[in-house]
Design a protein. Structure first.
Length: 715
C-alpha cells in the first residue's frame, strides 16, 4: 500500500518528539521493501518547504522532516521506528504497539529535565559564540560605566526603592494588627495601627512612583549611551571589518540587542532588588515569629532558588541563540526588501520566503524550549508555593492548639510566607530576564570593545600644499578575508600632478582595488602608495580625504534633500551658488531644477534614475574642489548625451590651469577615456600595457582587443 502524505501544517505526534539515539532504534524487516518512488517523493517534498522543527541535531531534523511528510494516517497504518520511512499497513496482529512503545518512551524520556531535547550545544556550535562570555558581574560593571556620570539618578532610584520596599513590607503587619485589635475591641490600639498603616501606604505609593520614574530615566540614559558608543565604535572600524559583517546583523545589535540589554537597569535590577529586600525582611519576620515554621518556609525557598538558578542559566544560553537567529532573520529580510525589484523580476518570492522561514524555524525551535523551561519553572513554583500553605496550616494549627502561637500570629505568618514565596518567584523570574539581557549583551560589548582603526587614532602629516602626484611602488595586495587570492601584484605606476590617467581592463583586474589603496580604505600587503612623495599611511587621513573627490561605481545618496547630498562631506562653508555651479558642471542642474522642490527635494530611490544619482555624486565630488579626482566607473549609468557632457567636464579640468587637478578615471566604456594623457591597462592584478590611446592601438595588445570588441558590439 502506498504511503499517505499528511498536510505540511499537521505533523504527526512522532515529529514533535525527539529522535532517540541510533543504538536504541529498532528497524522493521519490511523497511527495504518500500518503493524508490516513495523515497524520492519524500526527498523532493522535504526540500520544497520549511518545517517547524524541534530537534537539536541535523540528522534528526532530516529524519523528522521525512517522517512528517511520509507518515500514514494513524487510522490507516503505523510508523517504522527510525522515522525515515512509513510502514506498510499490517494486519491487526497486535505487534504494532510492542514495536512502537520503546521508541515513544525513549522520546518522552528525552523531554524530561536533563534529557537530550534540552541540549543547546549543537546550536551553540552553529552560532559564533565568544571566547570569553560576559558574566553578570562584568555586564553590570560595563553598564555602570555608561551611566556613572548620571549617578544621581541611580542613587535616587535605589533610595526610593529601599524606602518603598521597607514600607510595603510593614503593611501586612499593621493590616493584621488592625483587624484583630478591632475584633478584640481595643479602640486605642486599632486607631494607632490604622494611622501607621495609612502612613506606610502613602510612603510606599510615593516612593514607588519615584522609583519607577528614576529607573525609567536610567534606562533611557543607558540605551542612549550604549547605542552612541556602539555606533561610534562601528564607524571607526577598518573597511575590512564591514566586509565580514552584514548590515542586518549590525542594525540588529544597535536596535533589538541594545533595547534588550537596557532592561537590566530599568526593569530587571529594579524588581530583583525590590523583591530581594522584601523577601529578606519577610524571612526575618517569619523566623522571629515562629522558628520552626520559618525554617520550613526557608527550606522551600532554598529549593525554589536552586530551580531558579538552573532556569536562569538555561535562559541565558537560549537568549544568545535567539539574538543570533533574530539578527540572521533580519539580514534576510533587509536584503530581500533592498533588492525587491530583483526578487520580483526573477520570481524568487518563494525562495526568499523559504530562507526567512528557515531562520524563523530555528527561532521557534529555541523559543519552544524556552517556553517549556518556563512551564517547568512555573510548575516548580506553584508546587512549592502550595506546599508552604499546607505546612503553615498543619504546623500552625498544631501550634495554636498547643498554645504556642495565636491566630493573629498565624495569620501574619501566612501573609508573610506568601510574600516571601512570591518575592522569591519574582526574583527568579526577573533573574531569568537578567540572564537573557546579559546573553544579548555579549555581542554588543564585543563590538563596543573593538579598537578603532589605526588611521583614526594616530595623527598624520598635513602637507602645506597637495600637488597631486601619485606613485604606486611595488604594490601587492590581497583582501584580509581572502588571503590566498592575490588581487594586485607588484604594481608600479607614477602619475604626475594635473595628469589625467585612465585605468582599463576586464572586470576583476584590480582597478577599483588600486583606487581603494589610494583612499587608504585598505593597506597594501607589500609596497607603498605615495602622494607628493609622502607615504599615504603617514598622512592625516581626514585631511587627505578632504583633498580627494571620489565617485564610486554605485553612487549612494543619503535620505536628505539633493542640496544636502551635494554638500555632504564638504569641510568648508558652501553657498547655494557653489552648489548650483557644481551641479551645472556635472550636468545635473537642469533635471534638479525641474523637480517640484528643486534642490530641496528629498532623495528617494524611486525618484531618481541611476544616471541622475551618478550626476549628483559627480557634483558632490566637484564641489569639494579636490586636488585628486577619482571617477570609478562614474559614467557607467549615463546615457550617450550625459557621457558626452562628462567628457566636457574632463576637458574643462584639463584646460583650466587654475583648477587643473590630477584625475584618475576607471571606465569600461573606452570612448570615455580616449583623450586621457595616459591609459593603464590591467589584467589579473598586473599592469600589462601603458600609453596613450593611439600608442596602445598600435601595440595591438589587450587594449586594442577591448577596443575592437566594443566597436563590434556597437556595430
Amino acid at each position: 500500500m502506498a504511503p499517505l502524505h499528511l498536510c505540511n501544517h499537521r505533523p504527526c505526534l512522532l515529529t514533535l518528539l525527539p529522535k532517540p539515539p541510533a543504538a536504541t532504534t529498532r528497524r522493521c524487516s519490511n523497511v527495504h521493501s518500500l518503493s524508490s518512488s516513495s523515497a524520492s517523493s519524500s526527498s523532493s517534498s522535504s526540500s520544497s518547504s520549511s518545517r517547524f522543527h524541534f530537534s537539536p541535531s541535523l540528522p534528526t531534523l532530516i529524519t523528522r522532516r521525512r517522517l512528517s511528510q511520509t507518515c500514514a494516517s494513524s487510522l490507516n497504518g503505523a510508523f517504522v521506528h527510525d522515522g525515515s520511512q512509513p510502514l506498510e499497513k499490517r494486519s491487526g496482529d497486535g505487534k504494532e504497539g510492542v514495536d512502537f512503545l520503546p521508541e515513544l518512551l525513549t522520546r518522552i524520556r528525552s523531554l524530561l529535565p536533563g534529557g537530550s531535547w534540552w541540549d543547546l550545544s549543537e546550536h551553540e556550535v552553529e552560532v559564533k559564540l565568544l571566547a570569553k562570555p560576559v558574566t553578570v558581574w562584568r555586564a553590570l560593571i560595563r553598564m555602570w560605566e555608561l551611566v556613572a556620570q548620571d549617578r544621581w539618578v541611580i542613587f535616587a532610584a535605589f533610595s526610593s526603592l529601599i524606602l518603598a520596599a521597607l514600607s510595603e513590607i510593614s503593611i501586612p503587619h499593621y493590616l493584621t494588627a488592625s483587624i484583630f485589635s478591632a475584633q478584640n475591641s481595643n479602640i486605642a490600639v486599632f486607631h494607632r495601627n490604622v494611622r501607621l498603616l495609612v502612613v506606610f501606604c502613602v510612603i510606599a505609593g510615593v516612593c514607588s512612583g519615584l522609583r519607577g520614574c528614576c529607573f525609567g530615566i536610567a534606562n533611557m540614559i543607558l540605551v542612549k549611551r550604549m547605542r552612541e558608543t556602539l555606533y561610534s565604535s562601528l564607524l571607526y572600524q577598518d573597511i575590512s571589518f564591514f566586509d565580514g559583517e552584514t548590515v542586518g546583523d549590525l542594525t540588529s545589535r544597535l536596535g533589538a540587542d541594545c533595547q534588550q540589554v537596557s532592561r537590566v537597569i530599568g526593569n530587571d535590577l529594579n524588581l530583583i532588588m525590590r523583591n530581594l529586600l522584601q523577601g529578606i525582611g519577610s524571612l526575618a519576620y517569619l523566623l522571629i515569629l515562629s522558628l520552626p515554621l520559618g525554617l520550613c518556609t526557608l527550606a522551600v525557598c532554598l529549593t525554589l532558588a536552586a530551580v531558579m538558578l538552573t532556569y536562569g542559566q538555561y535562559q541565558k544560553k537560549s537568549a544568545k541563540l535567539i539574538q543570533e537567529y533574530t539578527a540572521s532573520a533580519n539580514q534576510v529580510a533587509q536584503e530581500t526588501f533592498s533588492l525587491m525589484r530583483t526578487v520580483r523580476v526573477y520570481g524568487t518570492e518563494n525562495l526568499e520566503l523559504h530562507r526567512y522561514k528557515n531562520w524563523l524555524d530555528k527561532l521557534a525551535n529555541i523559543s519552544l524550549r524556552q517556553s517549556a523551561a518556563y512551564g517547568f519553572w512555573n510548575f516548580s513554583f506553584n508546587t512549592l508555593y502550595h506546599s508552604t500553605q499546607v505546612i503553615a496550616v498543619l504546623v500552625g494549627g498544631i501550634s495554636i492548639l498547643s498554645g504556642h502561637i495565636t491566630a493573629e500570629q498565624l495569620t501574619k505568618f501566612i501573609l508573610y510566607s506568601e510574600w516571601l514565596i512570591f518575592s522569591t518567584w519574582w526574583v527568579g523570574d526577573n533573574l531569568s530576564s537578567l540572564m537573557q539581557s546579559v546573553g544579548a549583551s555579549e555581542k554588543v560589548f564585543q563590538l563596543m570593545d573593538l579598537s578603532a582603526s589605526d588611521q583614526f587614532i594616530s595623527k598624520g602629516v598635513k602637507l602645506q600644499r597637495l600637488m597631486g602626484r601619485v606613485d604606486f611602488v611595488d604594490v601587492s595586495f590581497h583582501y584580509p578575508s581572502r588571503r590566498t587570492v592575490s588581487v594586485l601584484q607588484y604594481i608600479n605606476i607614477s602619475i604626475s600632478p594635473g595628469e589625467v590617467v585612465a585605468l582599463v581592463g576586464l572586470s576583476g583586474s584590480g582597478k577599483s582595488t588600486l583606487v581603494s589603496l589610494l583612499l587608504r580604505l585598505y593597506e597594501p600587503t607589500y609596497g607603498q602608495v605615495l602622494i607628493d612623495g609622502c607615504p599615504v599611511k603617514e598622512l592625516d587621513i581626514k585631511w587627505l580625504r578632504e583633498k580627494i573627490g571620489y565617485v564610486g561605481q554605485e553612487p549612494r545618496l543619503f535620505r536628505m534633500d539633493i542640496g544636502s547630498n551635494i554638500r555632504y562631506g564638504c569641510s568648508r562653508d558652501v553657498k547655494q551658488e557653489d552648489v548650483e555651479r557644481a551641479a551645472k558642471l556635472a550636468y545635473a542642474h537642469d533635471f534638479i531644477s525641474a523637480l517640484p522642490n528643486g534642490y530641496q527635494t528629498l532623495v528617494d530611490d524611486d525618484l531618481l534614475s541611476g544616471g541622475q544619482k551618478q550626476r549628483i555624486a559627480i557634483a558632490r565630488a566637484i564641489l569639494r574642489d579636490p586636488s585628486i579626482l577619482i571617477l570609478d566607473e562614474a559614467t557607467s549609468a549615463l546615457d550617450a548625451e550625459s557621457e558626452h557632457n562628462i567628457k566636457g567636464v574632463l576637458r574643462a579640468v584639463r584646460s583650466d590651469l587654475k583648477t587643473r587637478r590630477t584625475v584618475i578615471v576607471i571606465a569600461h566604456r573606452l570612448s570615455t577615456i580616449q583623450a586621457a594623457d595616459r591609459i593603464v591597462v590591467m589584467d589579473s592584478g598586473r599592469v600589462v600595457e601603458m600609453g596613450s590611446h593611439r600608442e596602445l592601438l598600435l601595440n595591438d595588445g589587450l587594449y586594442a582587443q577591448l577596443t575592437r570588441r566594443q566597436a563590434d558590439a556597437v556595430a
